[in-house]
Design a protein around this ligand. Structure first.
Ligand code: NAD
Length: 418
C-alpha cells in the first residue's frame, strides 16, 4: 500500500503492532490479515467559501476492521491530516475498542483543513458535504463517527442532520458526541478527560504519590481542559498547560478557572498574566508528577524522552510517544506509562453508551454513565497491569497485545470467506 506505508505515523502504528504481534507469536498470515485496514476512502469535498470562490478539500475515512461490529472512530479537522495519519488512528481505535471490550472495529476520518481559518458557515458547508460524500460508506450499523481534534458537538449535529435528511428520518445513532438535546449522552463531552484523570489518579495511588501532585498538560481542548479540571478536583496542582500558541507555566500552580476564561475570551493561552509563557517543547520537560500529552501525535520522541521529569505519563492524545522514545523510557524505568489506547478510552466507551442509548431510545443519568465508565476502565487497567506482570512486558505492549489478541481470535473463529 504505497503512500500509506511511507507515512511516519502509520509506520509508527505498524511498528507497535509488529512488536505486540512478535510478543504474541501471531503467524504471518493472521498477522497480515489483522494489521492492514479493510477500507480506505478518499474523497474530494468542494465547498463554497464566504468569498464566493469554490475550494476543494481532501477528506478521508479509514475503516480498519469489520469483524466485531460496526467501525467506530473520530473525525479530525487539522492541516496535517492525511491518509497515513488517519489509517494509524483507525488501527489504534481497533486495539482500543477490543481492549475495553466494545463490539466495534476501529475507524478514523479527517479533512485536511485549518478549522481556525474557516468561518462557521464554511465549517458547516464542509462538514455537510463531507457527510454527503461518506453516505455510501457509513450507517448506524456500519460506521459511526465522533468528534476528535478540531471537531465538536456542533460538527456532529450537522452530520446527524445531513444524514437524517437523506434517509428521511431522524437517525441519532449515526454519530456520537452530539448535543444531549438531539440524542447525545450525558457525560460524553467530559468522558475522555475524566477517564484520563481517573486512571492517572489510580496510578498515583499505586506509586504512592502525594495527593497534591504537580500536573502538566499539553493541549487545552476537549481532552486537556477537562483533564485539567478533573485532576485539580482530585487535589492535584496544575502547574503547566500548553496549546498550539505555546504554554503557560507557574510552579506555584495555575488557576484553571481564570486560565479557561482567558482562553475562551482570546482563543489562545498567550497573554495570560499569571504564569510564564514558554514553548511546548520546554513544557514537556518541566518537573512534575503527572504529564498529560493531550494534543498531537509524536510529541515524546528520542529527543526529549531522556529529559522527561515526570513519574506518570498519562497519554490523553493518540500516539503521543514514538517507538524510539518508548525504548528510552523502558531503559529509564522511572516513568509509569498509561498507554493511549487505555488512557483515553473513556471517550469511545461513553460513545458506545451513547450509541446503545440511541438504538434503544432509553437514556441514562450522568451517574449511571460515569459509574459504568469507571467500572470498565478499572477492569481494563487491572487487566493491562496483570498482563504486563505475567508476561514481563511494558504497559503499552501489554495493552496492545490484549486488544490485538481479541481481534485475531475473532477473525480466526469467524473463518475466511470464501
Ligand atoms: P481539540 O481540538 O479539542 O484540542 C486540541 C488541543 O491541542 C488544542 O488545545 C490545540 O490548541 C492543541 N494543539 C494543536 N496543535 C498543537 C501543537 N502543535 N502543539 C501543542 N498543542 C497543540 O482536540 P481533543 O478532542 O481534545 O483531542 C486531543 C487529542 O486527544 C487528540 O490526539 C485526539 O485524537 C485524542 N482523543 C480525543 C478524544 C475525544 O473524545 N475528543 C478521545 C480520545 C482521544
Amino acid at each position: 500500500m504505497k503512500g500509506l506505508t511511507e507515512n511516519p505515523i502509520f509506520q509508527m502504528a505498524c511498528q507497535q503492532f509488529d512488536a505486540a504481534a512478535d510478543h504474541l507469536q501471531i503467524p504471518q498470515g493472521e498477522r497480515e490479515r489483522t494489521k492492514w485496514p479493510k477500507r480506505l476512502i478518499t474523497v474530494t469535498v468542494p465547498v463554497q467559501m464566504d468569498t464566493g470562490e469554490t475550494k476543494v478539500f481532501y477528506g478521508y475515512r479509514v475503516q480498519h476492521h469489520l469483524t466485531l461490529g460496526p467501525t467506530k472512530g473520530g473525525l479530525r479537522f487539522h492541516p496535517a491530516v492525511d491518509i497515513g495519519e488517519v489509517a494509524a488512528l483507525a488501527m489504534w481505535m481497533s486495539w482500543k475498542c477490543a481492549l475495553v471490550g466494545l463490539p466495534y472495529g476501529g475507524a478514523k476520518g479527517g479533512i485536511t483543513c485549518d478549522p481556525n481559518k474557516l468561518s462557521v458557515g464554511e465549517t458547516e458547508r464542509l462538514t455537510r458535504r463531507y457527510t454527503m460524500e461518506m453516505i455510501p460508506f457509513i450507517g448506524s450499523h456500519v460506521d459511526v463517527m465522533a468528534p476528535d481534534m478540531g471537531t465538536n458537538e456542533q460538527t456532529m449535529a450537522w452530520m446527524m442532520d445531513t444524514y437524517s435528511a437523506q434517509v428521511g428520518r431522524a437517525e441519532p445513532s449515526i454519530v456520537t458526541g452530539k448535543p444531549v438535546s438531539i440524542g447525545g449522552s450525558l457525560g460524553r463531552r467530559e468522558s475522555t478527560g475524566r477517564g484520563v484523570s481517573f486512571l492517572a489518579d489510580r496510578a498515583a495511588d499505586i506509586l504512592k504519590l502525594p495527593n497534591d501532585s504537580r500536573v502538566i498538560i499539553q493541549g487545552f481542548g476537549n481532552v486537556g481542559s477537562v483533564a485539567a479540571y478533573s485532576l485539580a478536583k482530585y487535589g492535584n496542582k496544575i502547574i503547566g498547560v500548553g496549546d498550539r500558541s505555546g504554554a503557560i507555566y507557574n510552579a506555584g500552580g495555575l488557576n484553571i478557572v481564570t486560565l479557561h476564561a482567558h482562553f475562551q475570551t482570546h482563543g489562545t493561552l498567550e497573554g495570560y498574566s499569571e504564569g510564564d509563557f514558554i514553548t511546548n517543547d520546554d513544557l514537556l520537560i518541566q518537573e512534575c508528577e503527572i504529564l498529560v500529552p493531550a494534543a498531537l501525535e509524536r510529541v515524546i520522541t528520542e529527543k526529549n524522552a531522556g529529559k522527561l521529569k515526570c513519574r506518570i505519563l498519562a497519554e490523553g492524545a493518540n500516539g503521543p510517544t514514538t517507538p524510539a522514545a518508548d525504548a528510552i523510557l523502558r531503559q529509564r524505568d522511572d516513568v509509569y506509562i498509561i498507554p493511549d489506547i487505555l488512557c483515553n478510552a473513556g471517550g469511545v466507551i461513553v460513545s458506545y453508551f451513547e450509541w446503545v442509548q440511541d438504538l434503544q431510545n432509553f437514556f441514562w443519568s450522568e451517574v449511571e454513565v460515569f459509574d459504568k465508565l469507571y467500572r470498565i476502565l478499572t477492569h481494563s487497567f487491572d487487566q493491562v497491569l496483570k498482563e504486563a506482570k505475567v508476561r514481563k512486558v511494558d504497559h503499552r505492549t501489554a495493552a496492545l497485545s490484549l486488544g490485538i489478541q481479541k481481534v485475531v481470535e475473532a477473525k480466526k473463529i469467524r473463518g475466511l470467506f470464501p
